[in-house]
Design a protein around this ligand. Structure first.
Ligand code: ASP
Length: 601
């Protein structure tokens, strides 16, 4: 027995068991274990050490009769890494710990070796400790030693393996597409990589393998998948990272239904295998238009209720001027009935009013209904109108609810009620466990208006219009819907996909609608357009976010908890310090000069 040695990775110290695996049945077995020290307790003549590896924790006992052994054991500190040999024995009955998988036994140690001592860690490496996230990210290797993070890594692994087995069984080939690609903008900003050999030229890191997977369909691959890394230089939010992983899928000779059907089966398999939850498939499908009308968002949490209702007809003859004047101008009165909101205080309702004004409403009308009505506009409402509202929202006589109404144009009422619904939904979902409400949102418009008066693709420019809307393409392109579908779970967009264009002419036409003329199209997407002229089959696909899926299944709030080495909101890796400055000489080789202004920052 000695202080840390570099040369103990020998057969002698090869593990026979993992820490979390020893059980009562193994009593009297001699074992060799290795792992990290979590706690050292002295108890009379004995020293107890909790030893951890990723399978769990086990208690080691050092007897004082061997004073050298015992004193070395006493010198152990949290996060020292050791191997030990000993015999499994039953714990005395009053020492049994029912909270531990190994709590009925302990290891009576005969010898041990210290592989490495640990400095005092910057935070307690345990789920009981609370450390700030920046510190956790800086010392991510310690953070990942916590059971909850090990569980998250495992969850992600289990999902990935299930995906691979399932898709392979269904005839898909896993194919890697390049990381250094041509810059073909897909909506977000690109990460660029300077070329050393081609001065002044840049590769882009892929925002997704979109064009490559389409090429693979032209190649006759028929069914492709990849757990694809996608890099997007976006401003980050809780569910965004500069690099994320998606389950990227593409299929040939299929319809929208086929992709939806396959994705549902895949989800069912993942939830069943990984967490024993049996999802009901098929998932409901609603159009983008219905999603916006009923939920005020294209990512509806349909499990919450709180659908938006149009109440305009109830107020056609109203004496309440704020409503009648808006209705006379062709506006609408829409609202939600929020039963749990009945108990909200005046100041809580004021917060909702503030949200409404921020989203462009002139005001938010609220009514607390029960046997009677309590509302600032009570005096202006007729009995018929109140009865009409109760009927519209399906409220029984005496049933309590907070009805929130917004008058204005359709878009504003949608934005306001969607935002209110979202603020309420977030607090409601937090109480929920193991409830997954999936919904497909489809028939998205192919284009949205872009800020500069032009149009931008709702998804990406490679999606095909619905057949019945094709004739609108020239006259009224904003009215054209596409074969686009998003999979949403509990209000989180889990994935999106589309049936693609596979015809050069149509692709060029779509590109021209977003201001990319033929010449420009040729420069940017020439390879794709050319490939379409060599027998491109009809095809389509989807990409499902692996990080988000893990977050939903794990019940977390942030995808950072499900990524081994994530970046901060400023796209910085606190552990290794990326991005970092590089030497002048390296830059020179890459034909890059940093402007003086930048280096002074
Ligand atoms: N490439 C698309 C994306 O990353 C997904 C797809 O259309 O398959 O959003």
């Amino acid at each position: 027995m000695s202080e840390p040695s570099l040369y103990h990775v020998s057969k002698e110290w090869k593990r026979t068991h993992r820490c979390g695996e020893v059980r009562k049945n193994d009593v009297n077995t001699d074992v060799t274990l290795a792992g990290w020290v979590k706690k050292v307790r002295e108890f009379g003549e004995l020293t107890f050490v909790d030893l951890w590896d990723r399978t769990g924790m086990v208690q080691l006992v050092f007897d004082s009769q061997d004073s050298e052994l015992n004193s070395l054991a006493k010198s152990l500190k949290a996060e020292d890494v050791i191997a030990c040999k000993g015999r499994i024995r039953n714990r005395p009955s009053d020492m049994i710990n029912r909270d531990m998988k190994t709590g009925e036994v302990e290891i009576y140690i005969g010898s041990f070796v210290i592989f490495n001592r640990s400095k005092v860690p910057p935070f307690v490496v345990s789920d009981k400790g609370k450390a700030n996230e920046d510190l956790r990210l800086k010392y991510r290797y310690l953070d990942l030693r916590r059971d909850s993070m090990q569980k998250n890594l495992r969850l992600r692994h289990d999902i990935a393996m299930t995906v691979r087995f399932f898709l392979s069984k269904h005839g898909f080939l896993e194919i890697e597409t390049p990381m250094l690609v041509k810059r073909t903008p897909e909506g977000a900003r690109d990460y660029l990589v300077p070329s050393r050999l081609q001065a002044g030229k840049f590769y882009a890191l892929p925002q997704s393998p979109q064009l490559y997977k389409q090429m693979l369909m032209v190649s006759g691959v028929d069914r492709y998948f990849q757990l694809a890394r996608c890099m997007r230089d976006e401003d980050l939010r809780a569910d965004r990272q500069p690099e994320h992983t998606q389950i990227d899928i593409e299929m040939s000779f299929i319809s929208e239904d086929d992709i939806i059907d396959l994705s549902e089966k895949l989800m069912k398999k993942i939830f069943s295998e990984v967490c024993g939850v049996e999802l009901d498939i098929p998932f409901p499908r609603i159009s983008y238009k219905t999603a916006m009308a009923d939920f005020g968002t294209d990512k509806p949490d349909i499990g919450i209720g709180l659908e938006i209702h149009d109440c305009t007809d109830i107020f056609r003859a109203t004496g309440f001027r704020a409503f009648s004047s808006i209705i006379a101008e062709g506006g609408v009165v829409r609202g939600i009935s929020y039963e749990d909101g009945y108990g909200l205080s005046k100041s809580q309702i004021k917060k909702l009013e503030k949200t409404a004004r921020e989203k462009g409403a002139k005001g938010l009308v609220w009514l607390k209904v029960d046997g009677g009505v309590n509302s600032p506009i009570e005096a202006f409402l007729s009995d018929d109108e109140i009865a009409g509202l109760k009927r519209e929202f399906g409220l029984d006589e005496g049933q309590k609810s907070l009805i929130l109404l917004v008058a204005g144009n359709f878009e504003i009422s949608t934005a306001v009620l969607g935002a209110i619904r979202k603020s309420v939904v977030i607090s409601k979902t937090q109480d929920k466990n193991n409830e997954y409400h999936f919904v497909w949102v489809n028939k998205f418009p192919l284009f949205f208006e872009s800020g500069e008066g032009g149009m931008e693709p709702a998804h990406h420019i490679f999606s095909i219009p619905l057949e019945e809307d094709l004739e609108l393409l020239d006259k009224n392109p904003l009215k054209v819907r596409g074969h686009l579908y998003d999979l949403v779970c509990n209000g989180v967009e889990l994935g999106s996909g589309s049936i693609r264009v596979h015809n050069r002419k149509l692709q060029e036409r779509l590109l021209s609608l977003i201001g990319i003329d033929r010449q420009n199209a040729g420069e940017k997407f020439g390879f794709l357009l050319e490939a379409f002229e060599y027998g491109a089959p009809p095809h389509g696909g989807i990409a499902l976010g692996l990080d988000r899926l893990a977050m939903i299944m794990g019940g977390g709030d942030s995808i950072r908890e499900y990524i081994a080495f994530p970046k901060t909101q400023n796209a910085v890796s606190l552990m290794d310090g990326a991005p970092s400055r590089v030497e002048e000489e390296v830059l020179r080789e890459l034909h890059i000069r940093i402007s003086k202004k930048e280096t002074e920052k």
